[in-house]
Design a protein around this ligand. Structure first.
Ligand code: AMP
Length: 135
């Protein structure tokens, strides 16, 4: 099923394009969290990170680095966030794998960092054991 991003790649919906190659496409986010907020997507519409084949993932990572470097040179932010949401509980709204590049300026409050949680050593060990068992 087509996502809004598939329709953008096909040219059925307009966008402000930044970069395109065989596997990836980058364009300006229509509702930017900060000036220069850019999206990098896979051309194939995989729903989320865990669905993306390794070669496509590598291609998206390379494009993300390339576009982030260009944003730094063009806009001179103090830093940038790479954000990648998976699942509606994590804030994903478009189910077509994509990476956000969000330029940041000191004190801009564009994104809130998560509040620090607390941890228990035994629980961390148990969680790590559960995760490792699935690798
Ligand atoms: P996510 O919440 O991680 O799924 O992010 C989806 C992003 O896509 C949001 O930041 C939206 O602002 C952006 N978006 C949705 N529709 C468009 C569009 N037509 N052109 C550009 N960005 C879009």
């Amino acid at each position: 099923m087509d996502t809004i991003f598939t329709r953008i790649i096909k040219g059925e919906i307009s966008c402000v394009r930044v970069y395109e190659d065989e596997h990836t496409f980058a364009f300006m986010d229509i509702a930017p969290a900060a000036r220069g907020h850019t999206l990098v997507i896979s051309k194939e519409p995989y729903p989320q990170l865990t669905d993306v084949p390794a070669d496509v993932l590598a291609a998206v990572a390379q494009t993300t680095k390339r576009v982030a470097q260009a944003i730094v040179l063009a806009l001179h932010p103090d830093g940038f966030n790479i954000v990648q949401n998976n699942g509606s509980a994590a804030g994903q709204t478009v189910f077509h794998y994509h990476v956000h590049i969000i330029p940041r300026w000191q004190g801009d409050n564009a994104l809130q960092h998560w509040p620090p949680g607390s941890s228990d050593a035994a629980e961390l060990q148990e969680l790590a054991d559960q995760i490792r068992a699935q690798l």
